[in-house]
Design a protein around this ligand. Structure first.
Ligand SMILES: [Ca+2]
Ligand SMILES: [Ca+2]
Length: 238
């Protein structure tokens, strides 16, 4: 039996016009984005001793389903065209067990002491320093390839190129891709946006010891089999 989560997103902003399913199995779920890297040492999200406004950015995803998914061929991108500051990352083959977490750092001018993968291959182990997540670097070599703090989006596309899930914030002029699910994230400064609950929206990360938590979900990962497809409320603004 195909089990699914009963996921309902409660999005702020205008009332939703209609319910739209969240990305269905076998798609992963984006759970945290650090696009506004804190200034100073507090911004060293990958903990290599060097804070970089681009390199310490990350996107965290998880497998929210109760069976494994294959991440190979999925891509992460932003609003800029490739070669014009556009962020592009294509996952190598990686079987993701239920509840497993993946963290993809921008990687510009960053070192990684633990196991780290890139587009060429997955890491050979998970990293306890990041909550047991599989850690990747995009190996970006220019600070121009980064997520704009003022307005940008992260787009998850399926291996066949279909835009699956787009999370946007702030203001920008580019057209938002016609992804199956489009979500609004708050515009924040010096912290990440993250889901406080599995079925909740992306919110400003609390400013505790760290204003982000790569590899550590802010909610307990428990499978709740349900025969109903997950639902999200679609923002009316496009
Ligand atoms: Ca940024
Ligand atoms: Ca760093």
């Amino acid at each position: 039996m195909l089990a699914a989560f009963a996921i309902v997103l409660h999005l702020s902003g205008p009332p939703a016009a209609a319910d739209t399913p969240l990305p269905a199995f076998p798609h992963p779920l984006i759970t945290e984005i650090l696009y506004a890297v804190p200034s100073g040492d507090a911004g060293d999200a990958n903990a290599d001793g060097t804070r970089d406004a681009a390199g310490d950015e990350f996107v965290e995803i998880t497998n929210p389903w109760d069976k494994a998914i294959e991440l190979g061929g999925y891509t992460l991108s932003d609003r800029n065209a490739e070669g014009r500051g556009g962020m592009r990352f294509k996952f190598p083959r990686l079987r993701v067990p239920p509840g497993a977490v993946i963290v993809v750092f921008n990687g510009c001018k960053q070192a990684f002491a633990g196991p780290v993968g890139d587009e060429a291959g997955a890491p050979n182990a998970t990293d306890a320093k990041f909550g047991g997540a599989a850690v990747f670097t995009m190996r970006n070599d220019s600070g121009a390839v980064s997520l704009s703090n003022g307005g940008d989006y992260v787009l998850l596309s399926a291996p066949d190129g279909t835009p699956v899930h787009c999370i946007k914030w702030g203001e920008f002029s580019e057209t938002v891709p016609a992804a199956a699910v489009i979500e609004d994230a708050p515009k924040v400064t010096g912290r990440s946006v993250a889901r406080a609950t599995r079925d909740g929206p992306l919110e400003a990360h609390p400013k505790g010891e760290h204003p982000f938590s790569p590899g550590t979900l802010r909610w307990t990962h428990e499978t709740e089999p349900d025969t109903k497809p997950p639902k999200a409320k679609r923002p009316s603004s496009r």
